[in-house]
Ligand binder design. Structure first.
Ligand SMILES: [Zn+2]
Length: 305
Protein backbone atom coordinates (compact mmCIF):
# COMPACT_ATOMS: atom_id res chain seq x y z
CA UNK A 1 0.00 0.00 0.00
CA UNK A 2 1.33 3.42 -0.89
CA UNK A 3 1.73 6.04 1.77
CA UNK A 4 -0.93 8.19 0.12
CA UNK A 5 -3.49 5.37 0.21
CA UNK A 6 -2.66 4.66 3.83
CA UNK A 7 -3.02 8.27 4.87
CA UNK A 8 -6.32 8.55 3.01
CA UNK A 9 -7.60 5.35 4.60
CA UNK A 10 -6.58 6.48 8.05
CA UNK A 11 -8.23 9.88 7.81
CA UNK A 12 -11.46 8.58 6.31
CA UNK A 13 -13.35 8.01 9.56
CA UNK A 14 -12.87 11.61 10.69
CA UNK A 15 -14.27 13.10 7.51
CA UNK A 16 -17.78 13.74 6.36
CA UNK A 17 -18.66 10.81 4.13
CA UNK A 18 -19.69 13.13 1.28
CA UNK A 19 -16.15 14.56 1.23
CA UNK A 20 -14.64 11.10 1.02
CA UNK A 21 -16.91 10.12 -1.87
CA UNK A 22 -15.91 13.25 -3.78
CA UNK A 23 -12.22 12.31 -3.54
CA UNK A 24 -12.59 8.93 -5.18
CA UNK A 25 -12.67 8.14 -8.89
CA UNK A 26 -16.10 7.02 -10.18
CA UNK A 27 -15.20 3.32 -10.48
CA UNK A 28 -14.24 3.10 -6.79
CA UNK A 29 -17.08 5.27 -5.56
CA UNK A 30 -18.78 3.45 -2.69
CA UNK A 31 -22.51 3.09 -2.74
CA UNK A 32 -24.20 4.45 0.35
CA UNK A 33 -27.55 2.66 0.57
CA UNK A 34 -30.56 4.75 1.63
CA UNK A 35 -32.33 4.25 4.98
CA UNK A 36 -33.63 0.67 4.78
CA UNK A 37 -36.65 -1.17 6.17
CA UNK A 38 -36.86 -1.70 9.94
CA UNK A 39 -36.08 -5.29 11.04
CA UNK A 40 -37.05 -6.94 14.30
CA UNK A 41 -34.05 -8.09 16.33
CA UNK A 42 -36.05 -9.43 19.29
CA UNK A 43 -39.39 -8.46 20.90
CA UNK A 44 -39.36 -4.63 21.21
CA UNK A 45 -35.88 -4.18 19.73
CA UNK A 46 -35.38 -3.34 16.05
CA UNK A 47 -32.63 -2.17 13.72
CA UNK A 48 -32.86 0.21 10.74
CA UNK A 49 -29.94 -0.27 8.31
CA UNK A 50 -28.56 2.06 5.64
CA UNK A 51 -27.64 5.76 5.19
CA UNK A 52 -24.63 5.44 7.50
CA UNK A 53 -24.53 3.42 10.71
CA UNK A 54 -27.25 1.11 11.96
CA UNK A 55 -30.01 2.82 13.94
CA UNK A 56 -31.26 0.65 16.81
CA UNK A 57 -34.86 1.17 17.95
CA UNK A 58 -35.86 0.17 21.52
CA UNK A 59 -39.57 0.62 22.24
CA UNK A 60 -40.10 1.19 25.98
CA UNK A 61 -43.27 1.78 27.96
CA UNK A 62 -42.83 5.57 27.82
CA UNK A 63 -41.36 6.04 24.39
CA UNK A 64 -38.77 5.14 21.81
CA UNK A 65 -35.02 5.08 22.40
CA UNK A 66 -32.83 5.40 19.29
CA UNK A 67 -29.18 4.38 19.22
CA UNK A 68 -27.45 6.42 16.46
CA UNK A 69 -29.14 8.56 13.80
CA UNK A 70 -27.24 7.93 10.53
CA UNK A 71 -25.97 10.63 8.16
CA UNK A 72 -27.62 14.09 8.13
CA UNK A 73 -31.10 14.42 6.61
CA UNK A 74 -32.28 10.91 7.53
CA UNK A 75 -34.50 11.88 10.47
CA UNK A 76 -37.74 11.62 8.53
CA UNK A 77 -36.91 8.23 6.93
CA UNK A 78 -35.87 6.95 10.40
CA UNK A 79 -39.13 8.17 11.97
CA UNK A 80 -41.16 6.71 9.09
CA UNK A 81 -39.64 3.30 9.83
CA UNK A 82 -40.25 3.68 13.59
CA UNK A 83 -43.91 4.55 12.85
CA UNK A 84 -44.42 1.13 11.22
CA UNK A 85 -43.90 -0.53 14.64
CA UNK A 86 -45.10 2.06 17.21
CA UNK A 87 -46.86 5.43 17.61
CA UNK A 88 -44.90 6.29 20.77
CA UNK A 89 -42.75 9.44 20.72
CA UNK A 90 -38.95 9.34 20.49
CA UNK A 91 -37.77 10.28 23.99
CA UNK A 92 -34.05 9.45 23.97
CA UNK A 93 -31.16 9.28 21.50
CA UNK A 94 -27.92 7.53 22.44
CA UNK A 95 -24.91 8.05 20.14
CA UNK A 96 -22.28 5.31 20.22
CA UNK A 97 -19.56 7.75 19.10
CA UNK A 98 -18.95 11.11 17.40
CA UNK A 99 -18.82 10.26 13.68
CA UNK A 100 -21.20 12.03 11.26
CA UNK A 101 -22.79 8.77 10.06
CA UNK A 102 -23.96 8.05 13.63
CA UNK A 103 -25.00 11.50 14.94
CA UNK A 104 -26.05 13.10 11.63
CA UNK A 105 -29.83 13.22 12.12
CA UNK A 106 -29.95 13.95 15.88
CA UNK A 107 -31.22 17.44 15.06
CA UNK A 108 -34.37 16.20 13.31
CA UNK A 109 -35.85 15.21 16.68
CA UNK A 110 -37.41 17.71 19.13
CA UNK A 111 -35.15 19.59 21.55
CA UNK A 112 -36.92 17.82 24.44
CA UNK A 113 -35.40 14.47 23.36
CA UNK A 114 -32.58 13.52 25.70
CA UNK A 115 -29.28 12.88 23.90
CA UNK A 116 -26.73 10.72 25.68
CA UNK A 117 -23.07 10.02 24.80
CA UNK A 118 -19.83 9.04 26.46
CA UNK A 119 -17.98 12.16 27.71
CA UNK A 120 -15.14 11.94 25.13
CA UNK A 121 -17.72 11.72 22.34
CA UNK A 122 -19.23 14.99 23.57
CA UNK A 123 -15.70 16.47 23.55
CA UNK A 124 -15.12 15.49 19.87
CA UNK A 125 -18.57 16.77 18.89
CA UNK A 126 -17.83 20.08 20.66
CA UNK A 127 -14.45 20.31 18.88
CA UNK A 128 -16.13 20.02 15.47
CA UNK A 129 -17.42 23.54 14.75
CA UNK A 130 -19.97 22.31 12.22
CA UNK A 131 -21.47 19.95 14.80
CA UNK A 132 -21.14 22.28 17.80
CA UNK A 133 -22.79 25.17 15.95
CA UNK A 134 -25.97 23.08 15.82
CA UNK A 135 -27.02 22.64 19.49
CA UNK A 136 -29.81 20.24 18.45
CA UNK A 137 -27.14 17.64 17.59
CA UNK A 138 -25.22 17.96 20.87
CA UNK A 139 -25.63 15.61 23.86
CA UNK A 140 -27.69 16.76 26.81
CA UNK A 141 -26.24 14.13 29.15
CA UNK A 142 -22.93 12.24 29.28
CA UNK A 143 -21.30 9.41 31.20
CA UNK A 144 -17.71 8.42 31.88
CA UNK A 145 -17.54 4.64 32.50
CA UNK A 146 -21.02 3.45 33.31
CA UNK A 147 -24.61 4.68 33.36
CA UNK A 148 -28.07 3.12 33.64
CA UNK A 149 -31.21 4.56 32.03
CA UNK A 150 -34.71 3.32 32.91
CA UNK A 151 -35.59 0.23 34.94
CA UNK A 152 -37.14 -3.21 34.72
CA UNK A 153 -37.68 -4.40 31.16
CA UNK A 154 -36.88 -0.87 29.90
CA UNK A 155 -33.46 -0.76 31.53
CA UNK A 156 -30.47 0.29 29.39
CA UNK A 157 -26.88 -0.05 30.62
CA UNK A 158 -24.18 2.10 29.00
CA UNK A 159 -20.53 1.10 29.30
CA UNK A 160 -17.17 2.55 28.28
CA UNK A 161 -13.97 0.48 28.44
CA UNK A 162 -11.35 2.62 26.66
CA UNK A 163 -10.22 3.58 23.16
CA UNK A 164 -10.64 1.62 19.95
CA UNK A 165 -12.42 3.06 16.89
CA UNK A 166 -12.38 6.45 18.75
CA UNK A 167 -11.83 7.13 22.45
CA UNK A 168 -15.55 7.54 23.08
CA UNK A 169 -16.96 4.18 21.93
CA UNK A 170 -19.99 3.32 24.07
CA UNK A 171 -21.54 -0.16 24.44
CA UNK A 172 -25.32 0.03 24.87
CA UNK A 173 -26.87 -3.02 26.59
CA UNK A 174 -30.57 -3.98 26.84
CA UNK A 175 -30.41 -6.51 29.72
CA UNK A 176 -34.02 -7.74 29.46
CA UNK A 177 -33.36 -8.73 25.83
CA UNK A 178 -29.78 -9.95 26.31
CA UNK A 179 -28.81 -7.63 23.42
CA UNK A 180 -26.14 -4.98 22.88
CA UNK A 181 -25.17 -2.26 20.38
CA UNK A 182 -21.41 -2.15 19.82
CA UNK A 183 -21.12 0.90 17.55
CA UNK A 184 -18.16 1.01 15.18
CA UNK A 185 -15.72 -0.69 17.55
CA UNK A 186 -17.35 -3.78 15.92
CA UNK A 187 -18.72 -3.19 12.40
CA UNK A 188 -18.94 -5.11 9.14
CA UNK A 189 -17.27 -8.17 10.73
CA UNK A 190 -13.79 -6.87 10.04
CA UNK A 191 -10.99 -4.95 11.71
CA UNK A 192 -12.41 -1.51 12.54
CA UNK A 193 -11.61 1.83 11.00
CA UNK A 194 -9.30 3.50 13.49
CA UNK A 195 -9.68 7.27 13.84
CA UNK A 196 -6.53 8.59 15.53
CA UNK A 197 -7.89 12.15 15.20
CA UNK A 198 -10.68 11.17 17.61
CA UNK A 199 -8.48 9.19 20.01
CA UNK A 200 -8.80 5.83 18.21
CA UNK A 201 -6.03 3.28 18.74
CA UNK A 202 -5.18 -0.17 17.35
CA UNK A 203 -3.03 -0.94 20.38
CA UNK A 204 -5.80 -0.02 22.84
CA UNK A 205 -8.48 -1.84 20.83
CA UNK A 206 -8.06 -5.45 22.11
CA UNK A 207 -7.57 -4.20 25.67
CA UNK A 208 -10.86 -2.29 25.55
CA UNK A 209 -12.65 -5.18 23.83
CA UNK A 210 -11.38 -7.73 26.37
CA UNK A 211 -12.62 -5.49 29.20
CA UNK A 212 -16.01 -5.35 27.46
CA UNK A 213 -16.14 -9.15 27.17
CA UNK A 214 -15.40 -9.48 30.90
CA UNK A 215 -17.48 -6.55 32.11
CA UNK A 216 -20.72 -7.00 30.16
CA UNK A 217 -22.87 -9.89 31.46
CA UNK A 218 -25.63 -11.94 29.84
CA UNK A 219 -25.61 -10.78 26.22
CA UNK A 220 -26.18 -13.14 23.30
CA UNK A 221 -27.10 -10.72 20.48
CA UNK A 222 -24.71 -8.01 19.27
CA UNK A 223 -25.81 -5.27 16.86
CA UNK A 224 -22.74 -4.09 14.94
CA UNK A 225 -22.22 -0.40 14.09
CA UNK A 226 -22.75 -1.22 10.40
CA UNK A 227 -23.86 -4.43 8.76
CA UNK A 228 -25.65 -7.43 10.22
CA UNK A 229 -26.62 -8.46 13.71
CA UNK A 230 -24.06 -10.82 15.25
CA UNK A 231 -23.83 -13.14 18.27
CA UNK A 232 -21.84 -12.84 21.50
CA UNK A 233 -19.65 -15.68 20.23
CA UNK A 234 -19.08 -13.70 17.01
CA UNK A 235 -18.01 -10.76 19.18
CA UNK A 236 -15.58 -12.97 21.13
CA UNK A 237 -14.11 -14.33 17.87
CA UNK A 238 -13.61 -10.74 16.69
CA UNK A 239 -11.82 -9.88 19.94
CA UNK A 240 -9.49 -12.86 19.45
CA UNK A 241 -8.73 -11.57 15.92
CA UNK A 242 -8.04 -8.07 17.24
CA UNK A 243 -5.67 -9.49 19.88
CA UNK A 244 -3.88 -11.67 17.30
CA UNK A 245 -3.46 -8.74 14.87
CA UNK A 246 -1.97 -6.66 17.67
CA UNK A 247 0.41 -9.39 18.84
CA UNK A 248 1.50 -10.13 15.26
CA UNK A 249 2.17 -6.43 14.57
CA UNK A 250 4.28 -6.13 17.73
CA UNK A 251 6.24 -9.33 16.96
CA UNK A 252 6.67 -8.61 13.24
CA UNK A 253 7.51 -4.91 13.35
CA UNK A 254 10.82 -4.27 11.55
CA UNK A 255 10.90 -7.87 10.26
CA UNK A 256 7.81 -8.26 8.09
CA UNK A 257 5.56 -6.06 6.01
CA UNK A 258 1.99 -5.31 7.03
CA UNK A 259 0.80 -7.34 4.03
CA UNK A 260 2.79 -10.38 5.21
CA UNK A 261 1.48 -10.07 8.76
CA UNK A 262 -2.14 -9.74 7.61
CA UNK A 263 -1.72 -12.70 5.22
CA UNK A 264 -0.43 -14.84 8.11
CA UNK A 265 -3.64 -14.13 10.05
CA UNK A 266 -5.80 -15.52 7.24
CA UNK A 267 -5.75 -19.27 8.12
CA UNK A 268 -6.78 -18.63 11.76
CA UNK A 269 -9.27 -15.85 11.02
CA UNK A 270 -10.79 -16.41 7.56
CA UNK A 271 -14.02 -14.60 8.49
CA UNK A 272 -12.17 -11.34 9.24
CA UNK A 273 -9.66 -11.45 6.36
CA UNK A 274 -11.85 -11.98 3.30
CA UNK A 275 -10.53 -10.66 0.02
CA UNK A 276 -13.94 -9.86 -1.47
CA UNK A 277 -15.57 -6.46 -1.15
CA UNK A 278 -18.63 -6.76 1.07
CA UNK A 279 -22.00 -5.62 -0.26
CA UNK A 280 -23.36 -2.33 1.09
CA UNK A 281 -19.94 -1.44 2.49
CA UNK A 282 -19.94 2.31 2.05
CA UNK A 283 -16.27 3.03 2.54
CA UNK A 284 -14.71 0.54 0.14
CA UNK A 285 -11.88 -1.89 0.91
CA UNK A 286 -11.92 -5.59 1.71
CA UNK A 287 -11.62 -7.06 5.22
CA UNK A 288 -8.03 -8.11 4.35
CA UNK A 289 -7.10 -4.60 3.19
CA UNK A 290 -8.51 -3.21 6.44
CA UNK A 291 -6.36 -5.65 8.42
CA UNK A 292 -3.29 -4.42 6.48
CA UNK A 293 -4.21 -0.79 7.29
CA UNK A 294 -4.58 -1.63 10.98
CA UNK A 295 -1.20 -3.41 11.11
CA UNK A 296 0.33 -0.25 9.59
CA UNK A 297 -1.43 1.91 12.19
CA UNK A 298 -0.12 -0.43 14.90
CA UNK A 299 3.42 0.10 13.49
CA UNK A 300 2.91 3.87 13.71
CA UNK A 301 1.59 3.66 17.27
CA UNK A 302 4.47 1.36 18.34
CA UNK A 303 7.02 3.77 16.81
CA UNK A 304 5.69 6.52 19.11
CA UNK A 305 6.02 4.42 22.29
ZN1 LIG B 1 -17.46 5.58 13.22
Amino acid sequence: MTRRTLVLAVIVPGLAVAGVVAQQPPTQRPRIPPTGAIKKVRDNLYVIPGAGGNTTVFVTQNGVVLVDTKLPNNGEPILNQVRTVTDKPVTTIINTHSHPDHIGSNDYFPASVEKVTQENTRKWMAANTRVASNPAVMPTRTFTDRMTLGSGNDRIDLYYFGAGHTDGDAFIVFPALRAMCAGDIFAWKMAPLIDPAAGGSVLALPVSLEKAAKGIPNVDTVIEGHGDVNTWQGFLDYIAFSRALNDAARAGRGKKTADEIAAELKPRFPAFTKEQLLTDMEYGGTPLSRAVINVNIAFQELAKQ
